[in-house]
Design a protein around this ligand. Structure first.
Ligand SMILES: Nc1ncnc2c1ncn2[C@@H]1O[C@H](COP(=O)(O)OP(=O)(O)O)[C@@H](O)[C@H]1O
Ligand SMILES: [Mg+2]
Length: 390
């Protein structure tokens, strides 16, 4: 088929031609927006899931829906090394200027700018970035030096500004697992207050499955503020749709066996479906795409997945970390007890504890339960087995 028309989207965060299987989350999000705007309270969502299941795409769909309802949206991808105070200052500045340009600010927005100025002076005293908001700091607000308290002042002021201007602010944070617990707890403390005051501020986010554990001491608050819906592979019917619908629109069909073979191989993981769809489209001579075409494309698909998805992750590890993951892979796709992985390597789990922790920190493993570790990348066990010897 003509590569020009290829409808598939095997790229991180790329909106798929058919966004299937996420209706429940989308409806819940619309309910959340409308309830918050009406001054009701409602738990927000932090979406969890493995890599490549569509978390970033779902956040994008949330953002669109919020914008369609005239919410102000600001999004950010959290990174491990980011200076969180500075980052929040930039995001709040962006939100404030989207609520209204400074020339049209009313009292509350003006005040929010002054609180933000205090916050900036507290957490970024060298003034490396110019917030570009020409106001004086307001004494006694956002200047305690305690991130949670000061962020609370800022978000309360922002929420009041939004309310005054008849809008709401939605923060969308991707890769939330990279927040440290001080940062996460500060956010929770601040949001807890904005919810109590019924202000139209929502934080929604996405991250790896270990996310709910991050909350630490703030756990009970976090559970009141958020639900943690897990998204994953698509059920059979939806996985088939994700393949067939985009092609159908371009008058290209699949034979049922061909669909079956791709769904089997990909196990319904969205990213793998897009990658297989893309390659089989390019290599198939004509419609309908047959199971023979699917079999022929298989090697190219595996090479592409190895080269663009799996290898980059394996490359960010030390020799010992790699061996740890290879041993895990030997034991299978499921979560593995630290003890058994260590035994396979001829060591104790105490000796390998630091290795395992670093792999979790790097976002390659997560712990679904005490003493267990699992890969954050689907089918990583298969990759490790074909690419590395034990
Ligand atoms: N609901 C869906 N149906 C079909 N494909 C999807 C869906 N959600 C995401 N995708 C595709 O899956 C891939 C991974 O999506 P992404 O949002 O980057 O995943 P994550 O953020 O969980 O790693 C992208 O190629 C995207 O086009
Ligand atoms: Mg993502």
């Amino acid at each position: 088929m003509r590569a020009h028309d290829n409808p598939y989207t095997p790229n991180a965060g790329a909106r798929p031609p058919a966004l299937v299987g996420r209706d429940a989350e989308l409806v819940a999000f619309e309910v959340l927006l409308d309830r918050m705007r009406a001054g009701h309270t409602e738990q927000s969502m932090l979406i969890t899931g493995l890599r490549g299941v569509g978390k970033t795409v779902l956040l994008g769909a949330f953002e669109e829906r919020a914008q369609a309802r005239d919410w102000v949206t600001v999004d950010a991808e959290i990174t491990k090394s980011s200076d969180f105070g500075l980052r929040m200052a930039q995001l709040v500045r962006r939100a404030l200027l989207r609520i209204a340009p400074s020339a049209r600010w009313r009292d509350r927005a003006e005040r929010a700018a002054r609180v933000l100025k205090s916050f900036q002076m507290t957490f970024e005293p060298e003034g490396k970035i110019n917030l570009g908001i020409n106001v004086d700091a307001i004494e006694g607000f956002a200047d305690s030096g305690d991130l949670g308290e000061d962020l609370t002042d800022v978000l309360l002021a922002l929420g009041e500004a939004a309310l005054e201007h008849g809008t709401g602010v939605l923060f969308l944070f991707d890769e939330v697992q990279f927040l440290n617990s001080v940062e996460f707890e500060a956010l929770i403390a601040a949001l807890h207050k904005t919810v109590q005051r019924q202000l139209p501020i929502i934080l929604t986010g996405a991250g790896l499955p270990q996310l709910p554990r991050l909350a630490g001491d703030a756990k009970s608050y976090a559970e009141r503020l958020f639900r943690f819906p897990a998204i994953g592979r698509l059920p059979h019917e939806e996985a088939a749709q994700a393949l067939v619908t985009p092609a159908e629109r371009l008058d290209v069909a699949y034979e049922p066996d061909a669909v079956e073979a791709i769904v089997q191989y990909t196990q319904g993981y969205p990213y793998f479906l897009q990658e297989y769809g893309k390659l089989v489209w390019d290599s198939s001579p004509r419609s309908p795409i047959t199971s023979g075409d699917v079999a022929d494309a298989r090697e190219a698909v595996e090479a592409k997945l190895d080269g663009s998805f799996f290898r980059v992750r394996a490359e960010r590890t030390t020799e010992l970390e790699l061996r740890y993951m290879r041993a895990m892979a030997e034991l299978g796709a499921d979560a593995q007890p630290a003890k058994e992985v260590a035994a396979l390597m001829g060591r104790t789990s105490e000796q390998l504890g630091p290795t395992r922790s670093r792999l979790i920190e790097k976002g390659l493993l997560y712990t679904p339960g005490h003493g267990l570790a699992a890969f954050t990348v689907p089918q990583f066990d298969r990759y490790m087995r074909r690419a590395h010897t034990l």
